[in-house]
Design a protein around this ligand. Structure first.
Ligand code: TRP
Length: 378
């Protein structure tokens, strides 16, 4: 038995990412693949060079299509189960980078149906409220309104129902049980839902590339088994690790443990307090000892967050790392560096989120891609 668990509905334990690649049957992103991405994109995103995006399926084929001029399209999604925290935004920031560099269409699925079915305590009205709130946060990541379609499952269903049925008919209960762990006590709505998460990979007759955390990969496994028999491409995927929770390096930042999350709506004071109070430190217990022996950046959550997301400069990151290890930089100073970065980021995010209220219609109904999608019957 592994001492960690990664499924679409549960991520826990100390995750061994190399083991996960073996378990899931995906591929590690090799130095050669990174070089190819860099060549096509003109630069390498820090989330790639620092191995936060670490695994893939057929990313090389997506690059082939790009080089041949046919291109690929992007697809990702969000389950509106509550307000969003920083961990939710990280893959979206990477997705925006891909869209900018490869100039592709992007489809973002808002799974109000999934969250209603999974969360017994959730009212339908809650899913609708969070869908709206989350969409504003998503738009604030800066996607191109001409090339992005954001849709809510319950609203777009009428355009995709035939394709959804074709997808569902190809998936047996025994596959769904094996892949998602459904049992006799799972509700029947939830056993149908996976077909809907597969449907957007068929939105264009091109290869789809899905940037997301690796817990969503089970869906893509089924997609790849059935896509060609329905006349579509097997999807490609590029997988990220999980943002560690503030309180330690196991599992992922989660909405259910309030102490371990920084919400996109947190103000500067809340950010400062939470990080100072809860952030797991790789520093020594006394200043004297820290100066003498140095800290451990590999388990220091503030350093890890700077590495994954908040410090884009390799040079500055290396200095933080080295100074921490030598003891020149104290744990409180590492925290202060992170607090400043997060607060600058969140201040800008809040402004963009306000502006998103003006453009929500473009992304969902009135932009060129949105219009085309509403006219289309799948
Ligand atoms: N199931 C995802 C969640 O719970 C939402 C989702 C739908 C998604 N489609 C996706 C995530 C595609 C990544 C890629 O959040």
């Amino acid at each position: 038995m592994a001492d960690f668990n990664v499924t679409p509905w549960d991520v826990s334990g100390a995750i061994d990412y190399d083991k996960l690649i073996m378990q899931f049957g995906t591929k590690k992103i090799s130095p050669a693949l990174k070089e190819r991405i860099q060549k096509s994109a003109g630069e390498l995103h820090p989330m790639l060079s620092r191995d936060y995006f670490f695994s893939h399926r057929d990313m090389d084929l997506a690059l082939d299509e790009h080089e041949k001029g046919k291109g690929f399209f992007l697809y990702t999604g969000r389950g509106p189960s509550g307000p969003m925290h920083i961990g939710h935004l990280v893959p979206l920031v990477f997705t925006k980078w891909l869209q900018d560099k490869f100039k592709c269409n992007l489809y973002i699925q808002i799974t109000d149906d999934e969250k209603f079915l999974v969360k017994q305590g959730m009212q339908w009205e809650d899913t609708q409220k969070y869908s709206h709130e989350n969409i504003l946060d998503i738009i604030a990541a800066g996607f191109d309104p001409k090339r992005t379609f954001i849709f809510k499952d319950s609203e777009y269903i009428k355009n995709v129902y035939p394709l959804l049925l074709k997808t569902a008919r190809k998936t047996t209960m025994s596959t769904a049980k094996a892949v998602f762990g459904f049992t006799d006590s799972s509700n029947i709505g939830l056993t149908f839902y996976p077909a809907y998460q597969i449907v957007p990979t068929f939105f264009e007759k091109k290869r789809c590339l899905i940037p997301s955390a690796i817990d969503q990969d089970p869906y893509w496994r089924i997609q790849r088994d059935i896509a060609e028999s329905l006349g579509y491409f097997k999807t490609a995927a590029i997988h990220s690790k999980f943002l560690p929770p503030l309180s330690g390096t196991e599992g992922k930042m989660s909405s259910s443990a309030a102490d371990s999350a920084i919400w996109l709506s947190d103000d500067a004071k809340a950010v400062k307090n939470k990080i100072n109070k809860y952030a797991f430190s790789g520093g020594k217990s006394s200043m004297e000892e820290h100066r003498k022996l140095g800290g451990n950046p590999d388990i220091d959550v503030p350093f890890q967050w700077l590495k994954i997301f908040f410090e884009p400069s390799d040079k500055k990151l290396q200095k933080l790392h080295d100074d921490y290890k030598s003891g020149a930089l104290l744990s409180g100073e590492m925290k202060a560096a992170l607090i400043e970065k997060i607060n600058t980021f969140l201040a800008a995010h809040k402004e963009k989120r306000e502006a998103a209220k003006e453009s929500i219609r473009d992304f969902m109904h009135e932009g060129p891609l949105a219009k085309r999608m509403w006219e289309q019957q799948f």
